[in-house]
Design a protein. Structure first.
Length: 346
């Protein structure tokens, strides 16, 4: 099977990591996989370094011309973004290849043309049952399947992580980590408020927030105004952020909307206790494997963190459940075997 992975995002987030893992997974299974991407993006650089054939674009709209001319050469056009789904559907009269969308967000699709393109594609892979339910409730009739994101356990550079703690002069503290963009649907406002509440209960922790985004200034101002500098530190975007899981004692997700929460999968494989809101796919993912609380509620999130930090025996059980689930069900090969099985049905 010849598969074209399509992702023209410039940055590096969960979807781009999963795109690269898809290329790797399909190649391991003996299929030919290529990438249509934005030129010199992080995904382009990493995919090319891994030996994949890449078709870089200087503009995301230039995929239209590529698909019109070359789309017919692929069995499957697998787009990782809704924007590129538009171009796959518009050019389908020229290529007539099967178009599959992987959907990772739990936003409700709205608008006539949005629903039209979703119903015009040949299949939709939902990374959680929550996403599939939203699509069905929105009136989308296209065949769907629930296939989780995958996760791979890497060798961590623990020295790099320890150097960060030394730079920040942190010692003798419980490290709470989060890896999330500073954007509204990740809800860092609730998280920083939860930390402000938690510090009234205890002083033995510091939260390290890895990620960047438009809310950075807002969060930093709250930190300053409330004298949280010793409790909440904005680290910014870091490549190979997985290295820092080696210093996390706890991992937290504060999202108010979340398709799955692939960072939680990293916490599972690196055996870090998880505290999370119940947004979207997080509820089904973390329940029974961590602490789950109501989204957009700083008080409850603070209480859940406090409970986790006081419950070592329960943490051991949760960590074991999360690790077993991840390594048994979410390997690169197993998840992409499920992709191939679905591709064959459309």
């Amino acid at each position: 099977m010849r598969i074209l992975e399509i992702n023209t995002e410039k940055g590096w987030r969960g979807g781009e990591n999963q795109t690269l893992l898809a290329l790797i997974g399909f190649r391991k299974l003996g299929h030919e996989a290529e990438l249509l991407c934005f030129e010199n993006s992080a995904l382009h650089v990493q995919a090319a370094a891994a030996g994949f054939t890449c078709h870089p674009l200087t503009s995301s709209t230039k995929s239209i011309g590529f698909l019109m001319e070359y789309g017919k050469n692929y069995s499957i056009l697998h787009t990782q973004t809704s924007k590129q789904l538009t171009y796959c559907i518009l050019t389908k009269p020229f290529h007539n290849s099967k178009v599959i969308l992987s959907r990772r967000v739990d936003f409700v699709p709205k608008g006539f043309f949005t629903l039209l393109k979703y119903n015009a594609c040949d299949g939709i892979i939902c990374v959680s049952g929550a996403i599939e339910k939203i699509l069905k409730q929105s009136g989308i009739k296209t065949r769907t399947v629930v296939i989780s994101d995958c996760v791979t356990e890497k060798t961590l550079n623990k020295t790099r992580a320890q150097e960060l703690l030394q730079k920040l002069t942190i010692s003798g503290k419980n490290i709470i980590g989060t890896t999330a963009a500073l954007v509204p649907h990740k809800d860092p406002v609730t998280l920083v408020n939860a930390v402000n509440i938690l510090r009234t209960k205890r002083s033995d922790f510091v939260l390290l927030h890895f990620g960047s985004g438009p809310l950075a200034a807002t969060i930093q101002q709250f930190i300053t105004d409330n004298n949280l500098q010793d409790y909440y530190k904005l680290i910014g975007f870091k490549e190979r952020v997985e290295d820092y899981f080696s210093i996390f004692n706890y991992f937290v997700m504060s999202s108010q909307e979340e398709g799955l929460g692939s960072s939680v999968l990293d916490a599972f494989v690196y055996k870090v206790p998880v505290v999370s809101t119940n947004a979207g796919g997080l509820n089904e993912l973390v329940t029974g494997r961590g602490y789950v609380t109501e989204k957009k509620n700083a008080q409850l999130l603070a209480e859940a963190l406090h409970t986790a930090m006081n419950s070592p025996e329960q943490n051991k059980k949760n960590v074991a459940a999360g690790y077993t689930y991840a390594v048994s069900n979410l390997s690169v090969e197993k998840i992409h075997e499920e992709h191939i099985d679905f591709f064959k049905t459309v």
